[in-house]
Design a protein around this ligand. Structure first.
Ligand code: NAP
Length: 254
């Protein structure tokens, strides 16, 4: 498949995990990929795994509006177009709310929510010209509650509803806006769980497909929803979660 020939795809958080797998997938399908993240070395490493194409390593902190504005200019100068924006950069904060420092709330909101706003705000003019689309990476945590994750859930829940309203505002212009909502996926973000089989089993009990997701599972869905195969889909928050949402979080029966 080469669904993204001649297309320019901007992916935030492309230095690892889901963003890296998405970059590989888009590149395999012919896209020029703009690799965005804070750590240049990680982006360079992702670059070495991409099939040939005119890709760009673009270090940028999405929490900083000025840096995102400069990024949008840089992409416009190099390619003159943007077809897909994947808002994937994210961090996690865990704990009950009275244990969370105000600074940690602000830090998470800066990346997981403001970062999405900054990118949509500065890239939308280019997307309007190409009738492109946005894929926000929310989470099953943006569709329901979780224990000890209220800060993360607040940000992801906002992204979920931001996605719906953006789809309404830009549909008539031909710009689609969707979100992919991963369940538990094995990446740096969940690295700590690998050494805790008990905790992992607790999660697996809630996953009908009986395993955690791989970054490629999520990348497949991102590429689908960004492609013309999904041309009549907008405003959707698509769970890619091995069935967690279908099971309503109930553990398996013995
Ligand atoms: P990951 O491997 O930690 O990837 C997150 C990436 O975001 C990193 O490469 C990080 O690179 C980048 N990033 C963090 N802060 C940034 C900032 N301020 N500006 C630009 N880039 C930044 O984790 P992942 O699991 O692939 O997560 C990707 C997305 O999926 C996140 O939005 C996450 O919430 C969501 N998600 C993950 C899971 C899961 O189970 N893994 C489940 C549901 C949703 P730098 O630190 O170098 O910037």
């Amino acid at each position: 498949m080469a669904r993204f020939q001649q297309k320019v795809v901007v992916i935030t958080g492309a230095g690892s995990g889901i963003g890296e797998a998405a970059a590989q997938r888009f590149a395999r399908e012919g896209a020029s990929v703009v690799l965005v993240g804070r750590t240049a070395e990680k982006l360079e490493k992702t670059l070495t795994t991409l099939t040939q194409g005119d890709h760009l390593v673009a270090p940028c902190d999405v929490a900083d509006a000025g840096q995102v504005q400069a990024l949008a200019r840089k992409v416009q100068d190099k390619y003159g177009r943007v077809d897909v924006l994947v808002n994937n950069a994210g961090i996690i904060v865990q704990g009950r709310i009275h244990e969370i420092a105000l600074e940690d709330w602000k830090k998470l909101m800066g990346v997981d929510l403001n970062g999405v706003f900054h990118c949509v705000h500065y890239f939308m003019p280019a997307l309007l010209k190409t009738k492109g689309n946005v894929v926000n990476i929310s989470s099953v945590s943006g569709l329901g509650g979780d224990w000890g994750m209220s800060v993360y859930n607040a940000a992801k829940g906002a992204v979920t509803n931001f996605t719906r309203s953006l789809a309404m505002d830009y549909g008539a212009d031909g710009v689609r806006v969707n979100a992919v909502c991963p369940g538990l996926t094995m990446t740096d973000l969940t690295e700590g769980m690998k050494d805790d089989p008990q905790l992992l089993n607790k999660f697996y009990e809630r996953i009908p497909l009986n395993r955690a997701g791989e970054p490629e599972d999520i990348a497949n869905a991102i590429a689908f929803i960004a492609s013309d195969d999904a041309r009549y889909i907008t405003g959707v928050n698509l769970p890619v979660d091995g069935g967690i949402m279908a099971s309503n979080g109930q553990p398996k029966q013995a």
